[in-house]
Design a protein around this ligand. Structure first.
Ligand code: ADP
Length: 555
């Protein structure tokens, strides 16, 4: 069914439905969501303020501990500032230390006389004096290399790196690094440096790390970037009090610091990852703040889905009603046109034979009899048709009245069946009748009962297909008087068995026999009025059995 097939009245109903229900409902949902969202945002702002205050307090406590212990997950880098200069992490190495006086002679032999052999001996002697041991050993290693004794030289550097890893050469470079590089033992050295094993200056760290692996980068170098930014951007206030903790932000950094004895400052850069990953979740948990955005989304989605479901159900119901109504309207107009057609046929025949009889020709007696019988048969048919239509229209208007009287249905049914028998036999049917001369008393309207019986017999004839057997039975059972009509014809599909009692309903592609879909509708109406019922048992292709059940009058 298309929308333009829908009568104007229903189009208006749809419009009203949309204007009065769908549009306001959508509007209300929209307003509801808006106000819900505003409330949610207000709550979120409040919560965010509370969270920020708590976070600040917790961070301050963490800072106290970090400054005291000099290690804490809240701290990313510690720093020290002396005389306004960042000394840790150190950006530059102090100027080189001068070598001790005792080394001057040995150095002269090595560097000026170019006699590494003599120098080697001198350095070895100096090694015995414990305080110069590492410096002398480094010079021994250097001379051995100059003398071409590479293996011995490497062994000396190795000893230096393993025995005095934390001592430094005159340029402040740890022997642990220099020795290992000279000996070629660099496995794992990069990682050791990157892990902060030695306190290096920015220059040293950059130099060694690029020498060991020019392609790698390490967060260890980040502390020097921090130190550079710190020295450029950090300007502490001129009056600071000992024992107090201050904080300051610059660039992406935040620092906590305190004054130490003299004018030294020490502090740390906050580890933002720890704050976001540990401290914040902990506080949120403690405050009972959960991320509610997913939940909100589900609530919104649920509300909208519910409204949509209800609206769609409304639209579906409306369309169903409209399509039913449109179908009934179509059936009604089909009904009118086929009734007109069916009225015309008997009228034409009656007229034709009446005119024939009126002609002055003389007809043989049996022809005349034949013509009269046709006129009688067709007028009966006409009468039945008009009866059915009148009954239907009374039923539709609610004017149909039944005069129920107590009595025996057997003679009424016998008379109808008997009247019908001739018609059946002419059509080649064999009628099987179970003789029941009388039945227990019931209350019934004999006109209506006759009509119900005729309708069932009519159907049995129309839908018998090739079968020519019809049976009628009357009996009493379970407090009822039952009359049944059985045929062995087309049968009715299970899905249609209830619908056939509907107004104008005809099984689609059922049989092609003429009809209006009113016969069974009237039968059911009649049986309802009698306080009884009509049942059907049927098997497609094997036939059907319709039964009228009348309740017995209680004695
Ligand atoms: P109709 O005027 O079409 O016969 P009815 O209300 O009497 O109207 O019957 C409704 C439909 O039920 C029929 O169109 C037909 O398809 C089906 N029907 C009724 N009686 C029988 C029967 N005895 N055998 C098979 N189909 C039947």
């Amino acid at each position: 069914m298309k929308l333009w097939d829908v009568p104007r009245l229903y189009r208006r109903a749809i419009l009203i439905y949309f204007a009065a229900i769908v549009a306001p409902a959508c509007g209300l949902v929209w307003l509801g969501i808006q106000s819900f969202e505003r409330q949610r945002q207000a709550l979120a702002t409040l919560t965010a303020e509370k969270l920020a205050a708590k976070l600040e307090a917790e961070l301050h406590t963490a800072a106290e501990r970090a400054l005291m212990l000099h290690s804490h997950p809240a701290a990313k880098f510690f720093f020290t500032i002396e005389h306004g200069m960042v000394v840790r992490p150190a950006l530059y190495a102090p100027s080189p230390r001068s070598v001790p006086r005792e080394f001057l002679e040995a150095e002269r032999q090595e560097l000026q006389m170019n006699r590494p052999d003599l120098a080697l001996e001198s350095y070895r002697k100096l090694m015995v004096e414990h305080q110069y041991e590492s410096l002398a050993l480094s010079r021994v290693a250097r001379c051995l290399a100059k003398l071409g004794r590479q293996e011995d030289s490497r062994a000396a550097w190795r000893t230096l790196a393993t025995t005095y890893p934390d001592e430094r050469d005159p340029f402040h470079r740890p022997y642990g690094i220099v020795g290992a590089i000279e000996a070629g033992d660099i496995a794992g050295l990069y990682d050791q440096i990157a892990a902060g094993r030695w306190d290096l200056t920015a220059d040293q760290a950059e130099y060694f790390l690029t020498q060991l692996d020019p392609h790698r980068s390490t967060p260890y170098l980040e502390q020097f970037h921090f130190a550079r930014e710190l020295s450029e951007q950090f300007r502490p206030p001129s009056t600071l009090h000992e024992g107090e903790i201050y904080n300051y932000s610059f660039g992406a950094w935040r620092i906590f610091y305190e004054v130490e004895a003299g004018d030294a400052l020490s502090g740390f850069a906050v580890n933002q990852d720890w704050v976001n990953g540990n401290l914040k979740p902990e506080i949120e948990h403690a405050l009972g703040i959960a991320d509610t955005s997913g939940q909100d989304l589900r609530i919104y989605g649920g509300a909208i889905a519910l409204v949509l479901v209800v609206l769609s159900a409304g639209v579906a119901l409306l369309l169903r009603d409209i399509s039913r109504e449109a179908r009934t309207n179509r059936l009604r107009s089909d009904f009118v046109s086929s009734v007109s057609h069916d009225l015309k046929t008997p009228i034409t025949l009656i007229r034709l034979y009446s005119e024939t009889l009126l002609r002055p020709d003389t007809f043989r007696e049996e022809d005349r009899y034949g013509f009269y019988s046709i006129i009688v048969r067709e007028s009966e048919r006409l009468g039945r048709l008009v009866d059915r239509i009148l009954t239907f229209s009374r039923v539709e208007r609610g004017d149909q009245v039944y005069n129920l009287e107590e009595g025996d249905v057997a003679p009424v049914i016998a008379r109808v069946v008997e009247d019908y028998r001739e018609y059946l036999e002419r059509a080649g049917f064999r009628l099987e009748r179970a003789p029941a001369p009388s039945a227990p008393p019931v209350r019934f309207d004999s006109g209506a009962l006759s009509q119900a019986v005729v309708n069932l017999l009519d159907n049995a004839v129309k839908y018998s297909g090739d079968s020519r057997e019809i049976a009628v039975r009357l009996g009493a059972e379970n407090g009822c008087v039952a009359f049944e009509v059985e045929d062995h014809g087309l049968g009715i599909p299970a899905a249609e068995r209830e619908r056939i009692f509907g107004r104008f309903y005809r099984v689609p592609n059922g049989s092609g026999k003429g009809g209006y879909g009113l016969g069974l509708f009237l039968v059911r109406h009649i049986m309802d009025a009698h306080g009884g019922r009509v049942d059907v048992e049927s098997e497609p292709g094997r036939g059907s059995r319709f039964r009228l059940m009348f309740p017995r009058v209680s004695e």
